[in-house]
Design a binder for this molecule. Structure first.
Ligand code: ZN
Length: 156
């Protein structure tokens, strides 16, 4: 099995059996919503923090296989990490999405499976949606008032 097949299998697997699919109670969790109108992907992401650590992430959403698999992989990459580590991972994956020839940092781990989308600019928005929505949920945690509507981001 070559690397491309392996990556394709990771994405198919996470699309078929998304990890951490579900909701968290707000509060104490924080929610953000994301939409990629070009493809019709919609996501809701919930994040729970204990101080500076992300203790839980869940998501619900509908969309293409890439958007769902990316959200599933994002939750696995974020849970248990500090916010600084999540930010660093966001920057690594963002570099992959936006730089066609960037080498794959070994610290990406399973997220390297998403690297194939950079050859398809329209799909980059599908793959990055979960990460932008997670960032919005983390930002909401800093400014939260429980009665406010969750922030909504659009990848346009
Ligand atoms: Zn999509």
């Amino acid at each position: 099995m070559d690397l491309k097949e392996l990556y394709r299998d990771v994405i198919l697997d996470h699309n078929k059996r998304p990890r951490n699919f579900g909701t968290l109670a707000v509060p104490p969790a924080h929610e953000a919503r994301g939409a990629n109108p070009l493809c019709g992907d919609t996501l809701r992401v919930w994040v729970q923090l204990d101080g500076d650590r992300v203790t839980d992430v869940k998501f619900e959403g509908k969309g293409c296989a890439i958007s769902v698999a990316s959200a599933s992989l994002m939750t696995e990459a974020a849970i248990g990490q500090t916010r600084a580590d999540v930010q660093a991972q966001f920057e690594r994956i963002h570099t992959v999405f936006t730089h066609h020839d960037a080498p794959l940092d070994p610290a990406l781990g399973k997220l390297a499976a998403l690297a194939g989308v950079r050859d398809y600019p329209a799909r980059v928005k599908c793959a990055s949606l979960a990460w932008h929505t997670l960032n919005a949920a983390l930002a909401a945690a800093d400014t939260d008032s429980p009665l406010s509507n969750p922030p909504t981001i659009k990848t346009e």
